[in-house]
Design a protein around this ligand. Structure first.
Ligand SMILES: Cc1cn([C@H]2C[C@H](O)[C@@H](COP(=O)(O)OP(=O)(O)O[C@H]3O[C@H](C)C(=O)[C@H](O)[C@H]3O)O2)c(=O)[nH]c1=O
Length: 181
């Protein structure tokens, strides 16, 4: 497994070794020891999520203020632009964002530790996103930051108006959002 750094040191793009042959391909999408060796983090993933979205759907920016979730995100159908925002007040990259394309083709994964808001927009006709989380879903602790907050100024690589849930349309401005100390 190869690590591609991002401009936020704790957020990493992971590139697995893909075994191709005349039948197709195989790769270990998660290996606890490899993950620990390359990230330096011993994490205990407790939940797997799977969402399917049509083109231009934007889900985010979400986080849990309690029971903060680390996420290991990958795409098995189509492609997304995946975004992590550092909302740890004590972090030198507080208020900064990183994004990358995750796709069934590149098979890249994005490791987003606890302390970040997460969101993605679907670039392909449809995308299926799988992600592991390091804590359980806790809707009472869920918070949402506005996807197009002017302070964050995220470039989502949009090609059309995004399709948003009511919750996401009502996201908070970054500077009014609850953040991590
Ligand atoms: C996240 C989640 C949702 N749900 C239920 C609650 C709703 O009835 C339904 C759809 O939930 P929601 O609209 O919040 O789904 P997304 O907009 O994809 O939310 C996710 O989007 C961004 C990208 C994230 O990183 C988070 O994992 C999560 O906030 O699934 C559950 O039962 N368990 C869960 O872990």
């Amino acid at each position: 497994m190869n690590v591609i750094p991002t401009k936020i040191p704790d957020v990493l793009i992971l590139e697995s070794k893909i075994f191709q042959d005349e039948r197709g391909f195989f790769f270990e999408s998660y290996n606890r020891q490899n993950f620990t060796d390359i990230t330096g983090h011993i994490v205990n993933f407790v939940q797997d999520n799977h969402s399917r979205s049509k083109q231009n759907v934007l889900r985010g920016l979400h986080y849990q203020i309690e029971q903060a979730q680390g996420k290991l995100v990958r795409v098995i159908t189509g492609s997304i632009f995946d975004v992590a925002v550092d909302i740890r007040k004590s972090s030198p990259t507080f208020g900064q964002w990183v994004g990358c394309e995750l796709s069934a083709q590149n098979k890249h994964q994005l490791w987003i530790p606890p302390g970040f808001a997460h969101g993605f927009v679907v670039l392909s006709e449809v995308a299926e996103v799988l992600y592991k989380t390091t804590d359980y879903y806790a809707p009472q602790h869920e918070r949402c930051i506005l996807w197009n907050d002017p302070y964050l100024a995220i470039d989502w690589h949009l090609t059309a108006e995004p399709i948003l849930s009511a919750k996401d349309k009502a996201g908070k401005p970054f500077q009014e959002a609850e953040v991590f100390t």
